[in-house]
Design a protein around this ligand. Structure first.
Ligand code: GRF
Length: 203
């Protein structure tokens, strides 16, 4: 199976998935990485791994539809059984999501349904929660609300600030995202309504 990954920045989640795949010898092809701007550091990592890397600048597109159409064309050209959003900071149009629904996943730095949207760590600290974390989910038309595949929770410590909390959450992301991708590749994920059933491994 082939994976295409969309990134916007350093791509640390993308790197964690690739390194886990290499370490565990997954039968997978990383067909390409697309960033929404050419300076995204994750493109350097992709190039270092010989993974085809592309920048499709959202600024060069007058509309979201035009940008998303360019993304769809490139992803379909590369061939993707799974599209992984990894720190991808653009809202995708319903047309894009419909095109890839069921094989489009994202990681959100919060324990959904808590704290959808941006600045999740600041908001968790503001709310005084003692537990925070990350969620991997199928992408549906609502932002940050698709069926959840897996979550990791981390403690919020008394002296945390947004950076220390973000770092703890990011480390958890790097643990759960590769697992969720592998479950998908192994065909173990069944979407039932807004729930995901993870099937037992092939016996
Ligand atoms: C991080 O804030 C992470 O929580 C979220 O996107 C941001 C960048 O992730 N998923 P990455 O390092 O580009 O994967």
């Amino acid at each position: 199976p082939s994976i295409v990954t969309l990134i916007s920045g350093r791509g640390s989640n993308f790197e964690a998935i690739v390194k886990t795949a290499q370490k565990e010898g997954w039968p997978v092809k990383f067909a390409g990485v697309i960033a929404n701007y050419s300076a995204a550091k994750g493109l350097d990592f992709a190039r270092s791994q010989g993974i085809p890397s592309f920048a499709i600048e959202h600024r060069e597109h007058a509309t979201r539809e035009s940008f998303d159409a360019a993304l769809i064309q490139k992803i379909d050209e590369l061939g993707a059984d799974l599209v992984v959003l990894a720190g991808f900071m653009r809202i995708l149009t319903p047309g894009f999501i419909r095109h890839f629904e069921g094989r489009l996943i994202n990681i959100h730095p919060a324990l959904l349904p808590a704290f959808p949207g941006l600045h999740t760590h600041e908001r968790a600290l503001e709310a005084g929660v003692t537990e925070h974390g990350a969620s991997v989910h199928f992408v549906t038309e609502g932002v940050d609300e698709g069926p959840i595949i897996c979550q990791a929770s981390v403690p919020v410590l008394p002296d945390d600030d947004a950076d220390s909390l973000a770092a703890r959450v990011l480390a958890a992301e790097h643990q759960i995202y590769p697992r969720a991708v592998k479950w998908f590749l192994d065909g173990r994920l069944r979407i039932e309504g807004n729930q995901v059933q993870v099937q037992p491994p092939e016996s």
